[in-house]
Write a new protein. Structure first.
Length: 237
């Protein structure tokens, strides 16, 4: 998968892209990431990319011209008719608090695309006319951050771990929280006794069938206690 990130702060991505599983995915060429500085497309001598909103009000708005040129540089065409395979087209995502809330189902849809373009907004948002060149708006929660860079990092991290070859054991991904509208079951490792707290006997039994049943049961109990809303979604699905 190839990801182009449109941002006014490209250096923010240095740490997250050079560590952990994302770095591993980049080294294996499973994931390719390119940073595009939106300011480089500004025709203003001070490289400004924002201006006051029409109609007045507080804050600033990201100008359409630099954003449009940055999107165009990422190979985006307005009409989808240029692509026989819809998943081959650059899929443009705007990280926005007004977008669809990111969850596991959204990620599974996104990883079908071979090429993503992520727009990191700032200020009071982007000029509304740029929405004509965006396929989807995504939010990471009902709160507002200073910009779209951190949400973009969250999205990339959640995508990377689901790409084949990034995580060695595929079952590890399948058993994660939210994969089947269930939270993860409790996990234990050595020592078998810690500060008087013991590992459940079933996990030491070697009986894989009973262990599997225990984990499934515990995952359901934990979900019912902590996130009963997920069980409602499970029934609807």
């Amino acid at each position: 998968m190839k990801i182009n990130i449109l941002t006014i702060f490209p250096t923010m991505f240095k740490g997250p892209l050079t560590e952990s599983l994302i770095n591993k995915a980049l080294k294996k060429n499973i994931l390719k990431i390119n940073l595009i500085d939106i300011r480089s497309f500004s025709k203003d001598k001070h490289k400004k990319v924002d201006d006051r909103p029409f109609g007045g009000g507080s804050g600033m708005v990201m100008k359409p011209e630099p954003l449009y040129d940055a999107i165009k540089s990422a190979g985006v065409k307005k009409k989808n008719r240029f692509y026989k395979n819809p998943y081959a087209k650059p899929y443009v995502i705007y990280m926005s608090p007004q977008g669809k809330t990111l969850n596991n189902n959204v990620i599974e849809d996104i990883i079908k695309f071979k090429y993503l373009v992520l727009i990191c907004g700032h200020y009071e948002g982007i000029d509304e006319r740029i929405i004509n060149y965006i396929d989807e708006e995504i939010s990471i929660g009902d709160y507002v951050l200073t910009g779209g860079e951190i949400p973009a990092m969250v999205l990339i991290d959640s995508i990377a771990r689901m790409l084949p070859g990034v995580i060695k054991e595929e079952s590890s991904v399948r058993n994660d929280s939210f994969y089947n509208n269930l939270l993860d079951y409790p996990n234990y490792t050595r020592p078998a006794v810690f500060k008087g707290y013991k590992v459940p006997e079933v996990l030491l039994s070697g009986n894989h069938k009973k262990i599997s049943e225990w984990r499934q049961r515990e995952a359901y109990i934990r979900t019912k206690e902590r996130r009963p809303d997920l069980l409602k979604n499970k029934k609807q699905n």
